[in-house]
Design a protein around this ligand. Structure first.
Ligand code: PGA
Length: 235
């Protein structure tokens, strides 16, 4: 992994955009996307880029179980609003959280990933070190699966919902090995709320207790931080 620290989120996002741009110019075919507040500025830059992305397929990391694409809290809705409705992607893919048979849906999604190997994956990190919805304890060889969300994840995400009870308890997520298959990865983390997770990811042991620490084993992972999230790094 390559760790880069910038003064603020804006400068960090600028760097992420540069890497993305290079990958795009080098013929990126499949783009892995994340949701959450961290990549919002990056998506704004991408959607105003005016690029022709008609040869690019997107695959998202995860989706809540039980939320339809019309639900403003669903990740499908977020992606439509932040990126998809502005751009001419060849195809866009998210797990279907409304699928009747969730196991079958995981298999369908894993097949999409097999057919569309990810060239560049955008990632955030949870305060507990999760990537996608792979919570602490998730095996590194996991593929797309249904997860029970950790209480700390539901707590962190309740800001997007009217009531805590409305935060879904389950999600479908790409597994850790599905994420590690990406040729190149950009993980963005901003603010002191991520500092503990960032320290464990970068300087801690590679352990499923901090799923993001697996990125230490990825040769082309960019960890792009602001001073806040890098605040607890020793080196
Ligand atoms: P955030 O979420 O970008 O909203 O902080 C990141 C994550 O939980 O993976």
């Amino acid at each position: 992994m390559n760790v880069l620290v910038f003064k603020n989120a804006e400068e960090a996002t600028e760097k992420a955009y540069d890497i993305f741009k290079k990958s795009f110019e080098n013929g990126l075919k499949t783009l892995g996307l994340a949701t959450g507040s961290t990549p919002l500025t990056l998506y704004e830059k991408i959607r105003t880029s005016g690029w022709d992305v008609s040869h690019v397929t997107t695959v998202n990391l995860d989706e809540y179980v039980g939320l339809s694409p019309a639900n403003p809290q669903s990740y499908n809705y977020y992606m439509q609003e932040e990126l998809f409705k502005y751009m001419n992607f060849k195809s866009t893919n998210l797990p279907n959280g409304m699928a009747e048979d969730l196991q079958e849906e995981c298999e369908r999604y894993e097949q999409i990933l097999k057919e569309n190997p990810v060239d560049l994956q955008i990632l955030g990190i949870g305060p507990n070190g999760h990537i996608g919805f792979n919570e602490p304890g998730t095996p590194f060889d996991s593929i797309t699966h249904v997860v029970e969300l950790a209480p700390s994840t539901r707590e962190a995400n309740k800001r997007f919902f009217d009531k805590e009870e409305e935060v879904p308890t389950k999600a479908i997520t790409m597994g850790i090995s599905s994420i590690m298959n990406a040729r190149e990865i950009i993980l963005l983390a901003f603010g002191p709320g991520k500092a503990d997770a960032v320290r464990k990811m970068v300087e801690g042991p590679v352990t499923s207790d901090c799923p993001a620490s697996v990125l230490q084993n990825h040769d082309h992972a960019w960890i792009i931080l602001d001073e806040g999230s890098a605040g607890k790094l020793k080196r």
